[in-house]
Design a protein around this ligand. Structure first.
Ligand code: GDP
Length: 424
């Protein structure tokens, strides 16, 4: 049996969804193990063009079972509308091919309210939250003040538990933020309109995965966001509220004893970042706008223009290290085809000294990028499928990155479509 995790090496939006969609051909099960619907995985295949937020990217493969693990922030309302959207494009989603862990905690409507209220309170000190309620959700999860998906199967218990949590949450809503309190009528509506719709998918996914493992099934773990947004290893406090690293996959997937044989780290051929916080290699002005347009760098969830820059070797090397990646997928190389000279952030300058070491988050504010330029290839590479057919300058660029980050680049993606890939 060979299990695999697909994880982001940078700030997210590296093209993980596209790689999962491609590689799931060889897998039986895809499990999302952390995060919520606060980011988007773009997948383009025979069914159309999708921005998945919560659904695992294996949902398009008939034989693949998709699981939302216990580490995921399951938002019943958003999940149900996402299921409806994907089904309307001809994809079959049933309790056979989608399973929600009974131990996954639920995002309750007030989590989204609290996200908005807190960002408003922070005003110009805000973090750039997507306002999907993810930070309030995870805080409550660790305070044991949310509902587990499995509680939907115990209606009397569910209502009693929800009432207790509501009374506690109303104290914060009213007394801290001066907001309207929730009532049980409002929550009853949420149960009927959203929770009941996802209930058929809820089951003991740990038992399912245990049996699958026994039967030699191949499991893929799909992460959201990237190393630099990991709660423990990322750019605190501009991280997400969960662990985006492969090491968390066994815990968040519901198979704590899982062995991960292969960790595919997805790296973008240049850098992008959504939201606030230090972004050392950031480009501005026309140069940035040109790259943003070429790569269509606008958030899948929010439509926000992404901040852009050249590939950041220091941050990428660190990202590879914290993911313990065993191989790399380099995506969006085709986007750089318009450039005469390709900028690369090779090192940082910090306090007058050059460094290869990714600094402590606070020190990142003082780090300056050292930019070197590589020859461009100035030709459309999106139709190329073989390594030897890539222009020499493109090969050199890939080989340079590989050497610097210390990990084999097995896949080079030259377009968003499933088959726009070079496998080395
Ligand atoms: P994810 O969250 O890591 O799955 O990434 P996103 O879906 O947010 O962003 C990746 C974007 O790049 C999507 O619009 C993809 O369709 C697109 N994409 C992925 N790989 C390539 C590639 O090699 N070339 C181009 N041009 N676009 C790509």
């Amino acid at each position: 049996m060979s299990n695999c995790a697909i994880v982001g090496i940078n700030w997210g939006d590296e093209g993980k969804g596209r790689m999962v969609d491609l590689l799931t051909e060889e897998y039986d099960i895809v499990v999302r193990f952390q995060g919520g619907g606060n980011a988007g995985h773009t997948v383009i295949n025979e069914f159309g063009n999708f921005a998945l937020h919560l659904l695992p990217s294996g949902i398009f493969r008939k034989e693949v079972v998709n699981i939302l693990g216990n580490g995921v922030a399951v938002d019943p309302e958003n999940l149900y509308s996402e299921i409806q959207g994907v089904v309307s494009q001809g994809v079959s989603i049933t309790p056979e091919n989608l399973k929600i862990s009974d131990r996954a905690s639920l995002v309750i409507p007030w989590h989204r309210d609290l996200d908005g209220l807190e960002e408003a309170r922070l005003a110009d000190k805000k973090f750039g939250s997507t306002k999907q309620g993810i930070a309030p959700f995870y805080s409550d999860k660790y305070q044991k003040k949310t509902i587990l998906a499995g509680e939907l199967l115990y209606p009397d218990h569910l209502r009693a538990h929800l009432k207790d949590i509501m009374e506690w949450k109303n104290l914060t809503l009213q007394n801290v933020y001066g907001a309207e309190p929730y009532t049980m009528e409002m929550l009853e509506q949420w149960i009927q309109e959203s929770c009941e719709k996802i209930k058929p998918f809820v089951c003991n996914t740990t038992a399912f995965l245990r049996d699958a493992k026994k039967n030699g099934k191949k499991i893929m773990f799909e992460a959201q966001l990237g190393s630099l947004r990991d709660l423990d290893y990322g750019i605190h406090p501009y991280t997400t509220s969960s662990n985006t690293t492969a090491a968390y996959a066994p815990v968040g997937s519901g198979l704590p004893g899982a062995k991960i044989d292969k960790i595919v780290g997805v790296v973008k051929a240049y850098s992008t970042c959504v939201g606030e916080g230090p972004f050392v290699c950031e480009m501005f002005g026309d140069e940035a706008e040109e790259l943003r347009k070429a790569g269509f760098e606008y958030g899948a969830k929010t439509g926000r223009p992404r901040r852009v820059g050249p590939i950041d070797i220091v941050a990428t090397r660190y990202g590879v290290e914290v993911q313990a990646a065993t191989e790399i997928a380099l995506t969006k190389l085709d986007v750089l085809s318009y450039m005469d000279k390709i900028p690369v952030c090779t090192r940082y300058e910090l306090n007058g000294e050059l460094t290869d070491e990714f600094p402590f988050p606070v020190a990142l504010n003082d780090a300056k990028p050292v930019i070197e330029y590589f020859d461009g290839w100035k030709t459309d590479i999106s139709g190329i499928r073989k390594w030897e057919d890539l222009p020499e300058a493109a090969q050199k660029y890939v080989e340079y990155i590989e050497k610097e980050i210390g990990c084999y680049i097995k896949y080079v993606s030259v377009g968003p479509e499933r088959d726009s890939i070079i496998i080395r």
